[in-house]
Design a protein around this ligand. Structure first.
Ligand code: PMP
Ligand code: GLU
Length: 388
C-alpha cells in the first residue's frame, strides 16, 4: 500500500523516540539514566486528579462542545487577563488535545501550499514537520549562542520574503531555555508588524522560569502585535499534566478561532471531557504546586549547569526557563547523533541529539528527573569524557 507523499516526508519525533527507548531499556532491567524527558517527573497535583475522578463518577464522560466547555474557556480567558494582561473573549479560545494539537491547527488554518513560516533555530523538533504537513515551507533562521540563541531584528528582516506568512516564537524556549524580554520582543515586533507577519507565540513553558525572570506575552505589546498573534499555551508543563492532553490557543479574532474550530470539528472533536474539568481546577485552584515544582527545577538546573561547565570539552549556557540544558559538544569532535549513541551504549545515559533541533554541535539534557539520577548520570558522563 502506498503512503501519501505528505506523510512520507515526515520524520518521527526524536524526543519521543529516545525517551521511549530509554524507558524500554529500563523496563528490561538496564540501569539507564535518562536526560531525555520532555515532561515534568512530578505527579499531577492531587486536587487536579480528584476533580477528574469526581467528573468521571458524576458522568461527565460524553462529547463536549468541540472547542471546549464554556467554563474552561472562561477560565483560560481569565488566566490570560490575570497572568498576561491579555483580553481574549472565550469565543477567541480553542481548547485542543495538547498545545501540540493547537499548533498543528494553527498551521493548517494559516498556511497555503508554498507559504513560508520562519522558525528560529534551535527549534522544537515538531515545528518544521507541522509546517510541512500544512503544505507550508519552513524557513530556518539561525541564531547565535553568543546572542543567547535569540533572533535579532536585522536577521529577521532579511529572512522575510513575499511568501512569508508567519513567524514562530517560543519563549521560554525548548531546547535552549532562552527568554525574550520586553525589549527583545519590541525589537522584533517592529519588523513583524511592518511586514504583517502572523506570530505564533508558543508560551507553554511560561511558568517554568528562574531567577526572577518575567514572562512577557508577545500579544501584550500593543494593539498591532495582538492583531497578528496566536497565543498558545497548555496544561502539560505548568501542572505536570502531559498525559491529560489539554492545550489551547487564543486567536486574534473570533473568525480565526472559528476556523480552527471547524478543523477540530472534522478531525478530533472535543478534547477529553474530564481532562477539561481538571484543567479548570488547575487554572482556578491553588498555584502553590507550580511554585514548588519551579523551586525543585531550579536546584537541579543549577547543579547540572555547574557540573557540565566543569567537564572536559563540553559547556552550556544557564537556561533561564523550561527544563532543558542545551549543551555544546563541538570540542569533542563528535556529531550529536554519534555522541548520544555512544553515551547511551557505553554509559547507559540517554540524551537527545541536537541535530533535529537544528544544531548538530549540541545535545539536549532534560532536568525533569530526580537529583540523585542527575548526579549519577553526570558522574558517568564526566568519567566517559575524561577517558576519551
Ligand atoms: N511546545 C513546545 C515547545 C513543547 O516542548 C511541547 C512539549 N511537547 C509542546 C509545545 C506541546 O506540549 P503538549 O502537546 O503536551 O501540550
Ligand atoms: N516537548 C517535549 C520534548 O521536547 C515532549 C516530547 C514531544 O512532544 O516532542 O521532549
Amino acid at each position: 500500500m502506498k503512503i501519501s507523499r505528505r506523510i512520507e516526508k515526515v520524520k518521527e519525533s526524536p524526543t519521543l523516540a529516545i525517551t521511549a527507548k530509554a524507558k524500554e531499556m529500563r523496563q528490561n532491567g538496564e540501569d539507564v539514566v535518562s536526560f531525555g524527558a520532555g515532561e515534568p517527573d512530578f505527579d499531577t497535583p492531587p486536587h487536579i486528579k480528584s476533580t477528574a475522578i469526581k467528573a468521571i463518577e458524576g458522568g461527565f464522560t460524553k462529547y463536549t462542545p468541540s472547542t471546549g466547555i464554556p467554563e474552561l474557556k472562561k477560565a483560560i480567558s481569565d488566566k490570560f487577563r490575570d497572568d498576561n494582561g491579555l483580553t481574549y473573549e472565550p469565543s477567541q479560545v480553542v481548547v485542543s488535545c495538547g498545545a501540540k494539537h493547537s499548533l498543528y491547527n494553527i498551521f493548517q488554518v494559516i498556511c497555503d501550499e508554498g507559504d513560508e513560516v520562519i522558525i528560529p533555530s534551535p527549534y522544537w523538533v515538531s515545528y518544521p514537520e507541522m509546517v510541512r504537513l500544512a503544505g507550508g515551507t519552513p524557513v530556518i533562521l539561525d541564531t547565535k549562542q553568543s546572542d543567547e540563541f535569540k533572533v535579532k531584528p536585522d536577521a529577521l528582516k532579511k529572512a522575510i520574503t513575499k511568501k512569508t506568512v508567519a513567524f514562530v516564537l517560543n519563549s521560554p524556549s525548548n531546547p535552549t531555555g532562552c527568554i525574550y524580554n520586553r525589549s527583545d520582543l519590541e525589537g522584533i515586533s517592529e519588523v513583524l508588524i511592518n511586514n504583517k507577519v502572523t506570530v505564533i507565540s508558543d508560551e507553554i513553558y511560561e511558568k517554568l522560569i528562574y531567577d526572577g525572570e518575567k514572562h512577557v506575552s508577545f500579544a501584550s505589546l500593543g494593539k498591532e502585535a495582538y492583531g497578528l498573534t496566536f497565543t498558545v499555551n497548555g496544561m502539560s508543563k505548568s501542572y505536570s499534566m502531559t498525559g491529560w492532553r489539554i492545550g489551547y490557543l487564543a486567536a486574534p479574532s473570533k473568525e480565526m478561532a472559528a476556523a480552527a474550530g471547524r478543523l477540530q470539528d472534522h478531525s478530533t472533536s472535543n478534547p477529553v471531557s474530564f481532562s477539561q474539568k481538571a484543567a479548570v481546577d488547575a487554572l482556578k485552584g491553588d498555584q502553590k504546586c507550580v511554585a514548588q515544582m519551579v523551586d525543585e527545577f531550579k536546584k537541579r538546573r543549577d547543579y547540572m549547569v555547574d557540573r557540565i561547565n566543569r567537564m572536559k570539552n563540553i559547556s552550556c549556557l544557564k537556561p533561564k526557563g523550561a527544563f532543558y540544558v542545551f549543551c555544546d559538544i563541538s570540542k569533542t569532535g563528535m556529531g550529536s547523533f554519534d555522541f548520544s549513541k555512544k553515551l547511551l551504549e557505553e554509559e547507559k545515559v540517554a540524551v537527545i541529539p541536537g541535530e533535529p533541533f537544528g544544531r548538530d554541535t549540541h545535545i539536549r539534557l532534560s532536568f525533569a528527573t530526580g537529583l540523585d539520577d542527575i548526579k549519577k548520570g553526570l558522574d558517568r558522563m564526566d568519567n566517559w569524557l575524561k577517558a576519551r
